[in-house]
Design a protein around this ligand. Sequence first.
Ligand code: UD1
Ligand code: UDP
Length: 381
Amino acid sequence: MEKLRIMSVFGTRPEAIKMAPLVRELARRPDLESLCCVTAQHRQMLDSVLEVFALKPDMDLDIMTPSQTLSTITTKCLTGMDGAIDALRPDMILVHGDTSTTFAGALSAFYHRVPVGHVEAGLRTYDKYSPYPEEMNRKLVTAIADLFFCPTENNRRNLAREGVAEGVFVTGNTVIDALKTTVTENYHFTTDVLNRLPYDSKKILLVTCHRRENYGAPMENIMSALADIARSREDAELVYPVHLSPAVQACAQKHLAGIPNVHLTAPLAADEMHNLMARCYLVLTDSGGLQEEAPALGKPVLVLRRETERPEAVEAGTVKLAGVDRERIVSMATELLSDSAAYAAMAHAANPYGDGLACRRIADAILWHFGRGPKPEDFRT
Ligand code: UD1
Ligand code: UDP
């Protein structure tokens, strides 16, 4: 029997981190040929992930431009995908999550009548503009996809409410699979400032912020709050690997440059980031991926957003929504820095997002779909 050609499409840092273990798992299956097409919606931040996970794409659309608009990303992806599908002739295309690459990749697959598997399906806020444009991207991909790989039971319920019940699997999130390969004891950082941080004598606060709906006033509030926290807490050191988006870079520099206990760094390689997270005290972030990783490492998270499509760790008590109000962020961070009982109540490991076997379940589900294997059991917490 001929091998089934499964083409994974991704373009940004988080998609790459979450698809890397799956690309490898597919390659291990004798019945499958694992193909990889990157849009390079992110150039440097994608290349860093490809290097960490030793992935060599079969096709690179190289679409990134500085300060790109949503329309340019989508149109360049669509045009590039025509050539990739013609050249690689996939039997199925896998897209991940909710970026512009995800949406354009799925739409292009549909135009070519290639079935689509959606990895990280079923996340919702039910607010069209938050996160923007991700909430709409994932809903549009739901309309196109044939297989749905939900990280959690809650995600599956979201799809069921929308009438999507066929081809739905609860697999866990592949980010936990990735995390299991990157975090090691006695890890030595290549970014030297991270080796010199006072992990034992001070509280390390790990910060990231990049969401488009936070651009403008919300991001100004967030950065002002971070500056307030750093200036008022000599017992804390803030480490902030700044996203390469020019809008984010400008805001971070304006509010945080020159504060002695704030370290603004370039984006970190995924293994560095994961090992730094494993050693930090607290995470402050608007990132989706960090909300999933930190609970697995037992690190409390304050989410710098008004809502989250990841309520599971909030329910488990390790994540709190801090919002985008300056005073509220400062007061919530101060409580966790000052009140050891409040901190202890959040600082316990929780794994609502996976057990490290998501990629295995997804590969099994693909084989089942094509009649080449048994149906996998769902992931349960
Ligand atoms: C994108 C995704 C968002 C995801 C985020 C992860 C969309 C619309 N947004 O947002 O869902 O959470 O990635 O980080 O798909 N840049 C570089 N080099 C890089 C990466 C980015 O210079 O390696 C700069 C470029 O100027 C680029 C800009 O950042 O134009 C913004 O990148 P873009 O992919 O458009 O949006 P993100 O905010 O990164
Ligand atoms: N990450 C990284 N280096 C950094 C910042 C984040 O490797 O400097 C990782 C992080 O651990 C997670 C992913 O990138 O796996 C999250 O990406 P991002 O926050 O850009 O996007 P989101 O998850 O919000 O879509």
